[in-house]
Design a protein around this ligand. Structure first.
Ligand code: MLT
Length: 412
C-alpha cells in the first residue's frame, strides 16, 4: 500500500463550509416543508449576475476560439500581458503604488494561491495566523506538515495565534516573538475589520526588522470605501521587501463561479536557502507556477480584463455597492435586535456577538431551526471566534430584507 500524507489525519472534521452545508442539508431533509424558505448567508458566495462588460468580453472570447485566426491554446502561465498590465496600471500604479506587470501572476483564484504558496517555503518556519482566521491558511499549513497535532479547542501546536478581539478592533498586534511568516487579511474575513495605515506600518516595520514575510490577503480590497484605509500592503513603504499580496476577482467582479485571481510578488522579496543564501521568492513562485499551472483560461482572463475598462470599473463599483448596502442593512438589523456588531462597512461580512453568551454553533442551530437563516459560526474560524457569528452580505436585496425581518422576530 502506498504511504499517505499523514498530516491530513491531523485535520479537524471537514472544511468549515462543506460542514455547514452538511448540517443545512440534514435539516432540510428532515424538514422538507421548511427547506424552500431557508436563506443562505453562510459562505461568502456572490449571487448577482456578472458585470455586463465581463459577459460581453467572455462571449467575444468564445467567438475568438471558434476561428483559427483568433484561436488561443495554452497561454502564458503567468497570465496574458494585457491582463497583467491592466492590473498593474489600474489596481496599483494609478493609486500611486509601485507594482509592475511582471510582478503579477494570474491564477484561478486566491484560495488556491494562499494554499499553493506554501510549496515554495520550507518546513522549518515559525508561522503566525490571526485568530479568528480564514480556515484555508491554517488547514494548508497542517497539510504541509507545518504544524503539530490539533488541540481540543481546534487550534494546532506549532502555529503562533494572534488573537483578534473586540479590544484590538479585530486587528492583530505584531507578535511578541520572532515569526518567519505571518498571514494578514484586510478587509478581514471573517470579521470585516480593516487596518489603517499606522497599523499596517507597524506590521511592515516588524516584518523588516524580523526578516518576516507577510502573506497579505487582499481579496476584499474593493470593498474599502473609507478614505485613508490602505487597499494594498504595498501602499506602505518597505512592503516590497517583506510582503506577498493575494487578490481575487471573485468578490470584486462576482467571479466566484468564473475563477480568476492573482498574486503579487515584488522583485526585491527574498527568502533564504538552507545555507543562508538569499533567494528571490518570485523566482521560486515563477518556477512553481509554470510547472504546476497552465494559466487561467483565455476566456476568463478576457472577462477579468474587461473589469479594468472605465465601464467595467463603473459596473464593478455598482456591484460592490449592492453588497455593501446589504451589509449595512444586516448590521442595522442586528444592532436594533440588541446585538454587538463589527465589520460590514468596508467589507461584505458582518461580525456579531451571539446573544446571552450563546455558543457559536448553538446560535447557528437556533438561526437555522427557528429563523431558517444560515450563518457561519465564529468558532469555525478559530478559538477566538467562539461567541460570535458571521453574516455574509452576498445575497439579493430581497433575501437580505427578509433576513433582517427574521432576525428582528427571532430576537424580539
Ligand atoms: C467565505 O465564505 O469565507 C469565502 O467564500 C471563502 C472563500 O472565498 O473561499
Amino acid at each position: 500500500m502506498a504511504h499517505i500524507n499523514d498530516n491530513f489525519l491531523k485535520l479537524q472534521a471537514g472544511y468549515l463550509f462543506p460542514e455547514i452545508g452538511r448540517r443545512v442539508a440534514a435539516f432540510a431533509a428532515a424538514n422538507p416543508d421548511k427547506a424552500p424558505q431557508i436563506i443562505r448567508c453562510g459562505i461568502g458566495d456572490v449571487t448577482e449576475p456578472l458585470p455586463q462588460v465581463a459577459i460581453d468580453a467572455m462571449h467575444k472570447a468564445v467567438d475568438d476560439q471558434a476561428k483559427r485566426e483568433t484561436f488561443h491554446g495554452y497561454g502564458p502561465e503567468q497570465g496574458y500581458a494585457w491582463l497583467r498590465e491592466a492590473i498593474a496600471t489600474v489596481s496599483y500604479q494609478q493609486r500611486g503604488i509601485d507594482i509592475s506587470a511582471d510582478e503579477i501572476y494570474v491564477s484561478d483564484g486566491a484560495k488556491c494561491d494562499t494554499g499553493n504558496i506554501l510549496d515554495i517555503f520550507g518546513h522549518n518556519n515559525i508561522i503566525a495566523v490571526p485568530d479568528p482566521v480564514y480556515p484555508v491558511y491554517v488547514d494548508t499549513n497542517v497539510m504541509n506538515g507545518n504544524t503539530g497535532a490539533a488541540r481540543p479547542d481546534g487550534s494546532y501546536e506549532g502555529l503562533v495565534y494572534l488573537p483578534c478581539t473586540p479590544e484590538n478592533g479585530f486587528v492583530p498586534d505584531v507578535p511578541s516573538q520572532h515569526v518567519d511568516i505571518a498571514y494578514l487579511c484586510f478587509p478581514n474575513n471573517p470579521t470585516g475589520a480593516v487596518a489603517n495605515y499606522e497599523q499596517l506600518k507597524k506590521w511592515v516595520d516588524y516584518a523588516l526588522a524580523n526578516d518576516t514575510i507577510l502573506l497579505y490577503d487582499g481579496a476584499y480590497e474593493a470593498f474599502v470605501t473609507e478614505e485613508g484605509i490602505p487597499t494594498s500592503i504595498f501602499a506602505i513603504p518597505g512592503a516590497r521587501r517583506c510582503a506577498i499580496e493575494f487578490r481575487s476577482f471573485s468578490k470584486q467582479g462576482g467571479f466566484t463561479g468564473v475563477r480568476c485571481g492573482y498574486i503579487v510578488i515584488p522583485s526585491e522579496l527574498q527568502g533564504k536557502d538552507a545555507a543562508g543564501n538569499a533567494v528571490p521568492v518570485s523566482k521560486l513562485w515563477s518556477r512553481r507556477h509554470t510547472t504546476k499551472f497552465n494559466g487561467a483560461s483565455y476566456i476568463v482572463q478576457r472577462g477579468a480584463a474587461a473589469l479594468f475598462t472605465p465601464e467595467g470599473q463603473q459596473q464593478t463599483r455598482a456591484l460592490i455597492e449592492h453588497y455593501l448596502t446589504n451589509a449595512k442593512l444586516l448590521s442595522e438589523a442586528c444592532r436594533k435586535a440588541g446585538l454587538k456588531v463589527w465589520g460590514g462597512s468596508n467589507a461584505p461580512y458582518v461580525w456579531v456577538q451571539t446573544p446571552d453568551g450563546m455558543g457559536s454553533w448553538e446560535f447557528f442551530d437556533k438561526m437555522l431551526q427557528e429563523a431558517l437563516v444560515v450563518i457561519t459560526p465564529g468558532a469555525g474560524f478559530g478559538a477566538h471566534g467562539e461567541g460570535f457569528f458571521r453574516i455574509s452580505a452576498f445575497n439579493s436585496r430581497e433575501n437580505v430584507t427578509e433576513v433582517c425581518a427574521r432576525i428582528a422576530k427571532l430576537l424580539a
